[in-house]
Write a new protein. Structure first.
Length: 171
């Protein structure tokens, strides 16, 4: 979602409203926990003062994340209200702006997409849980591991201790 600085000059007189739906599943699934992503609905405004362009926007969509207990897919809906301010590279931002909301730009383009992805990644919860964990089963095996039940675990006898097990069977 790129903006041309020339186009943003109009925002000096009156804020520009924008509304768009974008497909960025490839960009969001690079996060280790994101299995799938719905299109992102963006709704916001941009205003300008001198060379500072301020975006105020809402991101709305859904991510599919693994359940922390069962690794089953859990759909996590989000609606994030965010602000981002772009200052030309080499200039210091005005003191009234939050440092973590301030970004720099070079040239004639401002790309809002990396900022949106960052804000979504930062808000992904550490743990999510399926609503009905009993309905969903964890996968029985994976890459280099398998699920072992207590019954299977008890039936196995360590071959080094097999003779000792025979000793207890005699009594």
């Amino acid at each position: 979602m790129e903006w041309n600085v020339q186009q943003l000059q109009q925002a000096r007189y009156e804020p520009i409203h924008f509304e768009q739906t974008i497909e960025v599943e490839d960009g969001l699934t690079e996060h280790q926990d994101v299995r799938a992503a719905s299109p992102i609905q963006i709704n916001g405004t941009v205003s300008a003062k001198r060379n500072v362009y301020s975006f105020s926007f809402t991101l709305k969509g859904e991510l599919t994340l693994p359940c922390s207990r069962t690794l089953a897919d859990v759909v996590w809906p989000y609606e994030l209200k965010e602000e981002a301010h772009f200052v030309p590279e080499g200039e210091s931002p005005p003191p009234e702006l939050e440092v973590e909301d301030t970004y720099t730009y070079t040239g004639e383009k401002i790309d809002l997409l990396p900022v949106m992805k960052e804000r979504i990644f930062v808000n992904i919860p550490i743990q999510v849980f399926a609503d009905n964990p009993s309905d969903v089963q964890a996968p029985p095996s994976g890459n280099g591991w398998e699920l072992v039940t207590d019954k299977e675990k008890k039936e196995r006898i360590d071959p080094r201790l097999a003779d000792l097990a025979k000793f207890f069977d005699k009594e």
